[in-house]
Write a protein that binds this ligand. Structure first.
Ligand code: GDP
Length: 321
Protein backbone atom coordinates (compact mmCIF):
# COMPACT_ATOMS: atom_id res chain seq x y z
CA UNK A 1 0.00 0.00 0.00
CA UNK A 2 1.43 3.40 -0.98
CA UNK A 3 2.01 6.25 1.43
CA UNK A 4 -0.97 8.24 0.17
CA UNK A 5 -3.34 5.26 0.49
CA UNK A 6 -2.08 4.66 4.00
CA UNK A 7 -2.61 8.31 4.86
CA UNK A 8 -6.16 8.19 3.52
CA UNK A 9 -6.95 5.10 5.58
CA UNK A 10 -5.62 6.70 8.75
CA UNK A 11 -7.33 10.01 8.02
CA UNK A 12 -10.67 8.36 7.26
CA UNK A 13 -10.29 6.14 10.31
CA UNK A 14 -9.91 9.28 12.41
CA UNK A 15 -12.90 11.05 10.95
CA UNK A 16 -14.97 10.79 14.13
CA UNK A 17 -12.13 12.14 16.21
CA UNK A 18 -11.54 14.91 13.71
CA UNK A 19 -15.15 15.95 13.57
CA UNK A 20 -15.23 16.57 17.32
CA UNK A 21 -11.72 17.17 18.59
CA UNK A 22 -9.78 18.63 15.65
CA UNK A 23 -12.65 20.76 14.41
CA UNK A 24 -13.05 22.23 17.88
CA UNK A 25 -9.39 23.17 17.90
CA UNK A 26 -9.76 24.85 14.55
CA UNK A 27 -12.81 26.74 15.78
CA UNK A 28 -11.12 27.89 18.98
CA UNK A 29 -8.12 29.14 17.04
CA UNK A 30 -10.16 30.92 14.41
CA UNK A 31 -12.02 33.01 16.98
CA UNK A 32 -8.95 35.13 17.64
CA UNK A 33 -6.23 36.51 15.44
CA UNK A 34 -3.66 37.01 18.20
CA UNK A 35 -2.34 34.45 20.64
CA UNK A 36 -3.09 35.27 24.29
CA UNK A 37 -3.39 33.37 27.57
CA UNK A 38 -7.10 32.93 27.21
CA UNK A 39 -6.71 31.32 23.81
CA UNK A 40 -4.17 28.86 25.17
CA UNK A 41 -6.50 28.09 28.09
CA UNK A 42 -9.22 27.21 25.63
CA UNK A 43 -6.85 24.96 23.72
CA UNK A 44 -6.01 23.24 26.97
CA UNK A 45 -9.69 22.55 27.65
CA UNK A 46 -10.13 21.17 24.17
CA UNK A 47 -7.14 18.88 24.52
CA UNK A 48 -8.50 17.56 27.81
CA UNK A 49 -11.87 16.86 26.24
CA UNK A 50 -10.13 14.88 23.53
CA UNK A 51 -8.95 12.08 25.83
CA UNK A 52 -5.32 13.07 25.46
CA UNK A 53 -5.02 12.76 29.21
CA UNK A 54 -3.96 15.04 32.01
CA UNK A 55 -0.24 14.40 31.83
CA UNK A 56 0.25 14.94 28.13
CA UNK A 57 -2.10 17.92 28.01
CA UNK A 58 -0.23 19.66 30.82
CA UNK A 59 3.11 19.15 29.11
CA UNK A 60 1.92 20.15 25.66
CA UNK A 61 0.33 23.34 26.94
CA UNK A 62 3.34 24.29 29.06
CA UNK A 63 5.60 23.82 26.03
CA UNK A 64 3.33 25.91 23.85
CA UNK A 65 3.27 28.76 26.38
CA UNK A 66 7.05 28.65 26.66
CA UNK A 67 7.57 28.61 22.92
CA UNK A 68 5.09 31.40 22.27
CA UNK A 69 7.03 33.52 24.72
CA UNK A 70 10.53 32.54 23.67
CA UNK A 71 9.96 32.47 19.94
CA UNK A 72 7.59 35.42 19.86
CA UNK A 73 4.60 33.88 18.09
CA UNK A 74 1.69 36.30 17.88
CA UNK A 75 -0.49 35.20 15.00
CA UNK A 76 -3.03 32.57 16.12
CA UNK A 77 -2.78 30.89 12.72
CA UNK A 78 0.63 29.61 13.86
CA UNK A 79 -0.95 27.70 16.74
CA UNK A 80 -2.08 24.72 14.75
CA UNK A 81 1.41 23.97 13.49
CA UNK A 82 2.83 24.48 16.95
CA UNK A 83 0.26 22.10 18.33
CA UNK A 84 1.05 19.47 15.70
CA UNK A 85 4.73 19.63 16.54
CA UNK A 86 4.02 19.39 20.24
CA UNK A 87 1.61 16.48 19.93
CA UNK A 88 4.12 14.59 17.75
CA UNK A 89 6.72 15.14 20.43
CA UNK A 90 4.66 13.22 22.96
CA UNK A 91 4.02 10.26 20.70
CA UNK A 92 6.55 7.46 20.69
CA UNK A 93 7.57 6.44 17.20
CA UNK A 94 7.64 2.65 17.06
CA UNK A 95 10.79 2.58 14.92
CA UNK A 96 10.38 -0.58 12.92
CA UNK A 97 14.01 -0.55 11.91
CA UNK A 98 15.55 -2.11 15.02
CA UNK A 99 17.76 -5.17 14.88
CA UNK A 100 16.13 -8.03 13.03
CA UNK A 101 16.14 -11.09 15.26
CA UNK A 102 16.83 -14.54 13.99
CA UNK A 103 14.11 -16.46 12.26
CA UNK A 104 11.48 -17.08 13.41
CA UNK A 105 10.44 -13.78 14.91
CA UNK A 106 7.86 -14.61 17.55
CA UNK A 107 5.08 -12.19 18.41
CA UNK A 108 2.63 -12.90 21.21
CA UNK A 109 -0.69 -11.09 21.07
CA UNK A 110 -2.50 -10.48 24.38
CA UNK A 111 -5.55 -8.56 25.56
CA UNK A 112 -9.05 -8.99 26.95
CA UNK A 113 -11.75 -10.65 24.89
CA UNK A 114 -13.57 -8.29 22.59
CA UNK A 115 -10.62 -5.92 22.21
CA UNK A 116 -10.00 -7.22 18.71
CA UNK A 117 -7.26 -9.79 19.30
CA UNK A 118 -8.38 -12.38 16.77
CA UNK A 119 -8.97 -9.76 14.12
CA UNK A 120 -5.59 -8.21 14.83
CA UNK A 121 -3.76 -11.52 14.47
CA UNK A 122 -5.52 -11.99 11.13
CA UNK A 123 -4.67 -8.51 9.87
CA UNK A 124 -1.08 -8.72 11.11
CA UNK A 125 -0.60 -11.99 9.30
CA UNK A 126 -1.89 -10.34 6.14
CA UNK A 127 0.50 -7.39 6.59
CA UNK A 128 3.53 -9.66 7.00
CA UNK A 129 2.38 -11.87 4.14
CA UNK A 130 2.12 -8.77 1.93
CA UNK A 131 5.76 -8.05 2.70
CA UNK A 132 6.62 -11.48 1.31
CA UNK A 133 7.15 -13.10 4.70
CA UNK A 134 6.15 -16.64 5.63
CA UNK A 135 3.77 -16.51 8.56
CA UNK A 136 2.46 -19.10 10.99
CA UNK A 137 -0.40 -18.44 13.39
CA UNK A 138 -0.58 -20.37 16.67
CA UNK A 139 -4.09 -20.60 18.07
CA UNK A 140 -3.16 -20.65 21.73
CA UNK A 141 -6.54 -19.46 22.92
CA UNK A 142 -7.82 -23.00 23.21
CA UNK A 143 -10.81 -21.97 25.31
CA UNK A 144 -12.96 -20.21 22.76
CA UNK A 145 -14.00 -22.52 19.94
CA UNK A 146 -15.70 -19.69 18.05
CA UNK A 147 -12.61 -17.47 18.16
CA UNK A 148 -10.59 -20.32 16.74
CA UNK A 149 -12.97 -20.76 13.84
CA UNK A 150 -12.63 -17.04 13.16
CA UNK A 151 -8.87 -17.30 13.31
CA UNK A 152 -8.90 -20.10 10.72
CA UNK A 153 -11.01 -17.92 8.40
CA UNK A 154 -8.52 -15.04 8.76
CA UNK A 155 -5.56 -17.36 8.16
CA UNK A 156 -7.16 -18.65 4.95
CA UNK A 157 -7.95 -15.15 3.75
CA UNK A 158 -4.41 -13.97 4.41
CA UNK A 159 -2.96 -17.12 2.87
CA UNK A 160 -0.90 -18.09 5.92
CA UNK A 161 -0.41 -21.30 7.87
CA UNK A 162 -2.12 -21.98 11.19
CA UNK A 163 -1.64 -24.50 13.97
CA UNK A 164 -4.72 -25.37 15.97
CA UNK A 165 -5.38 -28.19 18.39
CA UNK A 166 -8.34 -29.68 20.21
CA UNK A 167 -10.27 -27.24 22.41
CA UNK A 168 -8.94 -27.43 25.95
CA UNK A 169 -5.38 -28.37 24.91
CA UNK A 170 -2.72 -26.73 27.05
CA UNK A 171 -1.98 -23.37 25.37
CA UNK A 172 1.71 -23.68 26.24
CA UNK A 173 1.82 -26.93 24.27
CA UNK A 174 0.20 -25.30 21.23
CA UNK A 175 2.70 -22.45 21.34
CA UNK A 176 5.59 -24.90 21.78
CA UNK A 177 4.52 -26.98 18.80
CA UNK A 178 3.98 -23.92 16.63
CA UNK A 179 7.34 -22.34 17.37
CA UNK A 180 9.12 -25.69 16.90
CA UNK A 181 7.36 -26.20 13.57
CA UNK A 182 8.20 -22.64 12.50
CA UNK A 183 11.86 -23.24 13.27
CA UNK A 184 11.89 -26.47 11.29
CA UNK A 185 10.04 -24.99 8.32
CA UNK A 186 11.96 -21.73 8.01
CA UNK A 187 8.97 -19.55 8.88
CA UNK A 188 9.72 -15.81 9.25
CA UNK A 189 7.03 -14.73 11.72
CA UNK A 190 4.99 -16.65 14.29
CA UNK A 191 1.91 -14.92 15.67
CA UNK A 192 0.57 -16.37 18.89
CA UNK A 193 -3.04 -15.67 19.74
CA UNK A 194 -3.72 -16.04 23.46
CA UNK A 195 -6.70 -16.27 25.80
CA UNK A 196 -8.31 -13.03 26.94
CA UNK A 197 -10.14 -14.45 29.89
CA UNK A 198 -9.77 -17.36 32.28
CA UNK A 199 -11.47 -18.26 35.55
CA UNK A 200 -9.41 -15.68 37.36
CA UNK A 201 -7.13 -12.85 36.38
CA UNK A 202 -4.22 -14.52 38.18
CA UNK A 203 -4.72 -17.67 36.12
CA UNK A 204 -4.64 -15.65 32.94
CA UNK A 205 -1.47 -13.80 33.83
CA UNK A 206 0.23 -17.01 34.96
CA UNK A 207 -0.71 -18.67 31.73
CA UNK A 208 0.69 -15.82 29.60
CA UNK A 209 3.93 -16.04 31.53
CA UNK A 210 4.04 -19.78 31.00
CA UNK A 211 3.52 -19.46 27.24
CA UNK A 212 6.35 -16.93 27.06
CA UNK A 213 8.65 -19.26 29.04
CA UNK A 214 7.86 -22.24 26.88
CA UNK A 215 8.52 -20.31 23.66
CA UNK A 216 11.80 -19.05 25.03
CA UNK A 217 12.98 -22.64 25.42
CA UNK A 218 12.54 -23.27 21.70
CA UNK A 219 13.86 -19.93 20.45
CA UNK A 220 16.10 -18.13 22.94
CA UNK A 221 15.00 -14.50 23.25
CA UNK A 222 11.43 -15.24 22.17
CA UNK A 223 8.86 -13.84 22.34
CA UNK A 224 10.56 -10.93 20.59
CA UNK A 225 7.46 -8.82 20.84
CA UNK A 226 4.36 -8.90 23.03
CA UNK A 227 1.57 -6.78 21.61
CA UNK A 228 -1.25 -5.71 23.89
CA UNK A 229 -4.47 -5.17 21.96
CA UNK A 230 -6.53 -2.28 23.32
CA UNK A 231 -9.93 -1.09 22.15
CA UNK A 232 -9.82 2.68 21.51
CA UNK A 233 -13.55 2.95 22.27
CA UNK A 234 -12.86 2.16 25.94
CA UNK A 235 -10.75 5.33 26.15
CA UNK A 236 -9.12 6.06 29.49
CA UNK A 237 -10.64 2.92 31.05
CA UNK A 238 -8.52 0.88 28.69
CA UNK A 239 -5.41 2.25 30.34
CA UNK A 240 -6.35 0.70 33.67
CA UNK A 241 -6.82 -2.64 31.99
CA UNK A 242 -3.53 -2.21 30.19
CA UNK A 243 -1.49 -1.80 33.35
CA UNK A 244 -2.48 -5.26 34.56
CA UNK A 245 -1.05 -6.83 31.40
CA UNK A 246 2.07 -4.70 31.39
CA UNK A 247 3.32 -6.16 34.62
CA UNK A 248 2.53 -9.77 33.89
CA UNK A 249 3.09 -10.18 30.22
CA UNK A 250 6.13 -8.03 29.41
CA UNK A 251 4.27 -6.00 26.81
CA UNK A 252 6.51 -4.30 24.23
CA UNK A 253 3.92 -2.39 22.23
CA UNK A 254 0.26 -1.55 21.83
CA UNK A 255 -2.12 -2.34 19.01
CA UNK A 256 -4.96 0.14 19.26
CA UNK A 257 -8.11 -1.14 17.54
CA UNK A 258 -11.39 0.50 16.48
CA UNK A 259 -10.05 4.03 16.15
CA UNK A 260 -12.61 4.40 13.39
CA UNK A 261 -15.37 3.74 15.90
CA UNK A 262 -14.55 6.51 18.34
CA UNK A 263 -14.12 10.23 18.72
CA UNK A 264 -11.51 9.48 21.39
CA UNK A 265 -8.53 9.22 19.07
CA UNK A 266 -6.55 11.39 21.48
CA UNK A 267 -6.11 8.23 23.54
CA UNK A 268 -3.08 7.43 21.34
CA UNK A 269 -1.27 10.31 22.97
CA UNK A 270 -2.34 9.30 26.49
CA UNK A 271 -1.05 5.76 25.88
CA UNK A 272 2.38 6.95 24.77
CA UNK A 273 2.60 9.36 27.65
CA UNK A 274 1.18 7.30 30.49
CA UNK A 275 2.17 3.75 29.60
CA UNK A 276 5.50 4.79 28.06
CA UNK A 277 4.92 2.25 25.34
CA UNK A 278 4.79 2.76 21.60
CA UNK A 279 1.56 2.25 19.73
CA UNK A 280 2.79 -0.12 17.02
CA UNK A 281 -0.36 -0.46 14.93
CA UNK A 282 -3.76 1.17 14.73
CA UNK A 283 -6.96 -0.51 13.58
CA UNK A 284 -9.06 1.74 11.38
CA UNK A 285 -11.72 -0.65 10.10
CA UNK A 286 -12.83 -4.26 9.89
CA UNK A 287 -11.16 -5.12 6.56
CA UNK A 288 -8.04 -7.26 6.29
CA UNK A 289 -5.97 -4.26 5.17
CA UNK A 290 -7.25 -1.97 7.92
CA UNK A 291 -4.41 -2.43 10.37
CA UNK A 292 -1.88 0.33 9.77
CA UNK A 293 1.64 0.59 11.16
CA UNK A 294 1.69 3.61 13.42
CA UNK A 295 3.69 6.55 12.17
CA UNK A 296 3.52 9.57 14.45
CA UNK A 297 3.94 12.24 11.79
CA UNK A 298 1.37 10.65 9.57
CA UNK A 299 -0.95 10.32 12.55
CA UNK A 300 -0.65 13.97 13.51
CA UNK A 301 -1.11 15.09 9.91
CA UNK A 302 -4.22 12.93 9.64
CA UNK A 303 -5.56 14.11 13.00
CA UNK A 304 -5.36 17.78 12.08
CA UNK A 305 -5.98 17.46 8.37
CA UNK A 306 -8.73 19.09 6.47
CA UNK A 307 -10.14 17.05 3.61
CA UNK A 308 -8.10 18.68 0.86
CA UNK A 309 -4.75 18.47 2.63
CA UNK A 310 -3.25 15.37 1.12
CA UNK A 311 -0.60 16.74 -1.16
CA UNK A 312 1.99 17.22 1.51
CA UNK A 313 1.76 13.79 3.08
CA UNK A 314 5.02 12.77 4.64
CA UNK A 315 5.72 9.70 6.71
CA UNK A 316 8.51 9.51 9.28
CA UNK A 317 11.28 10.43 9.46
CA UNK A 318 10.82 13.26 7.02
CA UNK A 319 9.38 15.87 9.30
CA UNK A 320 8.20 16.70 12.76
CA UNK A 321 9.73 17.32 16.13
P1 GDP B 1 -11.24 -10.67 20.43
O1 GDP B 1 -12.35 -11.18 21.29
O2 GDP B 1 -10.32 -9.78 21.19
O3 GDP B 1 -10.52 -11.74 19.69
O4 GDP B 1 -11.96 -9.68 19.38
P2 GDP B 1 -12.31 -9.86 17.84
O5 GDP B 1 -11.07 -9.93 17.05
O6 GDP B 1 -13.27 -10.99 17.69
O7 GDP B 1 -13.00 -8.46 17.54
C1 GDP B 1 -14.17 -8.02 18.19
C2 GDP B 1 -14.94 -7.12 17.22
O8 GDP B 1 -14.20 -5.93 16.97
C3 GDP B 1 -15.18 -7.76 15.86
O9 GDP B 1 -16.49 -7.47 15.47
C4 GDP B 1 -14.19 -7.04 14.95
O10 GDP B 1 -14.63 -6.96 13.61
C5 GDP B 1 -14.13 -5.67 15.58
N1 GDP B 1 -12.89 -4.95 15.28
C6 GDP B 1 -11.61 -5.33 15.53
N2 GDP B 1 -10.73 -4.38 15.12
C7 GDP B 1 -11.46 -3.37 14.59
C8 GDP B 1 -11.15 -2.09 14.01
O11 GDP B 1 -9.98 -1.65 13.91
N3 GDP B 1 -12.19 -1.32 13.58
C9 GDP B 1 -13.48 -1.76 13.70
N4 GDP B 1 -14.45 -0.94 13.26
N5 GDP B 1 -13.82 -2.93 14.24
C10 GDP B 1 -12.83 -3.74 14.68
Amino acid sequence: MGLLDRFRKVRDGLSRTRSTFSDRITKVISRKTRIDDELIDEIEETLLSGDIGFDATGKIVADIRARVKAEGYEDSAMLKDLLKEEVAKYLIDPDGTGPVPEKPRVIMVVGVNGAGKTTTVGKLSYNFRSEGKRVLIAAADTFRAAANEQLKIWADRAGVEIIQQEPGTDPGAVAYDAVSAAKARGIDVVLIDTAGRLHTRTNLMEELKKIARVIGKVVPGAPHEVYLVLDAVTGQNGLVQARMFLEAAGVTGIVLTKLDGTAKGGIVIAISQELKLPVKYIGVGEGIDDLQPFDRNMFVDALFSEAEEENDVQGSPAKGA
